[in-house]
Design a protein around this ligand. Structure first.
Ligand SMILES: C[S@@+](CC[C@H](N)C(=O)[O-])C[C@H]1O[C@@H](n2cnc3c(N)ncnc32)[C@H](O)[C@@H]1O
Length: 204
């Protein structure tokens, strides 16, 4: 039994976006890592933006924010959170690249572990950035402490209740980003179960 990502996230869009942030200090600390890399002249694309709430928060630091998500129901909800300099559209990294979208910064927050074709999608992210453009990701990873989600999600996936999820090791995550044509310029670890890595990478 295979559950597609779109079906999973469309079905859960309402409940996922309605639930409060579990660890507000960690969320805010994450924004404090990201914001210093944003410039007022930047055009930013967020992939897998979910409710669009983070895109809306960050939009005040840049010229334009395009919040995207592959799930139509997430896009519908994100539109209700859009700010004056923010657009929302249904996209994946692949469709953005196919449409010739270009941007200064790409954000992928809590997304990379959900991508079945990580190398392919990182390649598409590199396509939409100029040399020197920034790719900023926050990703739960394996090996950074106890991760009870990993076995639970494995079982749920086997019975068709969860989409693809892979907790990469941190070095594997960084290698994949490097392979796609980036240099990693900053890594911040947020300890937890699972731990998350905020990786800032520059296209070379
Ligand atoms: C765990 S949620 C994270 C949402 C938001 N970034 C956050 O940090 O709260 C993952 C989101 O990525 C979207 N998503 C999953 N696979 C995707 C893909 N291949 N391309 C774009 N979005 C995707 C889902 O629809 C969902 O909204």
């Amino acid at each position: 039994m295979t559950l597609t990502s779109e079906t999973f996230w469309n079905d859960r869009a309402q409940s996922y976006t309605a639930r409060p942030i579990i660890d507000v200090p960690a969320y805010e600390a994450g924004l404090d890592v990201i914001i210093p890399h944003l410039r007022p002249e930047h055009h930013v694309v967020e992939l897998g933006a979910g409710s669009g709430a983070t895109a809306a928060r960050l939009s005040r630091h840049v010229t334009h924010m395009l919040a995207t998500d592959s799930a139509a129901q997430m896009v519908r909800i994100a539109r209700t959170n859009a700010t004056a300099n923010m657009d929302v559209a249904q996209h994946s990294a692949k469709t953005l690249a196919q449409e010739g979208v270009r941007t200064d910064v790409v954000l992928a927050l809590n997304l990379l572990h959900l991508l079945p074709d990580l190398d392919g999608d990182l390649g598409h992210i590199a396509e939409i950035l100029p040399r020197g453009g920034l790719f900023i990701s926050k990703t739960p990873y394996s090996g950074g402490g106890l991760n009870l989600w990993a076995p639970l999600l494995w079982v749920m996936r086997k019975i068709g209740q969860a989409p693809f999820v892979k907790f990469h090791r941190l070095d594997a995550l960084k290698s994949a980003i490097t392979r796609a044509g980036f240099e990693v310029v900053e890594t911040t670890i947020q300890s937890g179960a699972p731990s998350r890595a905020i990786i800032v990478a520059r296209k070379i």
